[in-house]
Design a protein around this ligand. Structure first.
Ligand code: NAG
Length: 229
């Protein structure tokens, strides 16, 4: 990519690729681990049968991976060219505003869901009692993901780096793929609970048991879009 002799993005920089890989790695990692936990309870067993403690351990791991990913992103940006169009005060102010709003979305979402609600507790069998509908879930269905994306973009603008904007597009893509992958699964977990409750109420005679997981997932609304940081 070039613009009036000014290189926008240095694709030869190794740190750019490393940052892109870290961005894709994190949701891949937590989805693989969480689904395995759902199927085998291997983490809960590793923590002596304590699902809550196992979930906290995964939360700490995901959070740490997020910090590493953020560090690699900033390192990648430092190795990238700055663009004059992004150097004025306006892009910087917009960048700080995006960082502020992004962090408000992420922090308020964690506050509303709690640690287990934010970090895949449902895969551990720690289900929310009911859907959280207050702020920030009344402004976006996936405040974690959109808040995080805004923070990436804000950082790119504050640093004045076109490469950061490119990596932000990658972040958004990765999150949208993650949502398409996670929402039906989580919806299925909750649908299963609802059907078990209904079955218990009806004295155990329900058609629910014969429904396939995919069917259940399809019939239910997506979850709230969580995780990250
Ligand atoms: C979302 O909820 C908050 C408080 O819970 C409220 O102040 C805000 O106006 C709501 N926003 C929308 C778009 O409904």
């Amino acid at each position: 990519m070039s613009f009036a002799n000014q290189k926008l993005v240095d694709f030869d920089s190794k740190s750019l690729l490393i940052s892109a890989a870290a961005i894709a790695f994190n949701p891949t990692f937590w989805n693989i681990v969480a689904r395995r936990e759902y199927r085998t309870h291997f983490l809960t067993r590793a923590f002596g049968g304590n699902a809550r403690r196992a979930c906290y351990a995964l939360a700490a791991t995901i959070f740490s991976l997020g910090l590493i990913r953020d560090g690699l992103y900033e390192r990648a940006l430092r190795h990238q060219p700055t663009h004059p169009a992004l150097e004025g005060p306006l892009p910087t102010y917009i960048g700080y505003a995006l960082l502020a709003v992004g962090n408000i979305l992420v922090i308020s979402s964690t506050w509303a869901l709690g640690i287990t609600g934010t970090f895949l507790g449902d895969y551990f069998g720690i289900l929310m009692d009911h859907m959280v509908t207050g702020f920030p879930f009344n402004v976006t269905d996936a405040p974690m993901y959109y808040g995080s994306t805004m923070s990436f973009l804000g950082t790119a603008l504050v640093f004045g780096k076109p490469a950061g904007i490119l990596l932000t597009v990658w972040v958004l893509f990765v999150y949208l793929v993650a949502l398409r992958f996670e929402n039906p699964f989580t919806a299925g977990i909750y649908a299963k609970r609802e059907q078990e409750r209904a079955a218990a109420k009806a004295g155990g005679s329900s058609a629910a048991g014969s429904k396939s997981f995919a069917q259940v997932a399809k019939e239910n609304k997506p979850n709230q879009g969580k995780k990250d940081l």
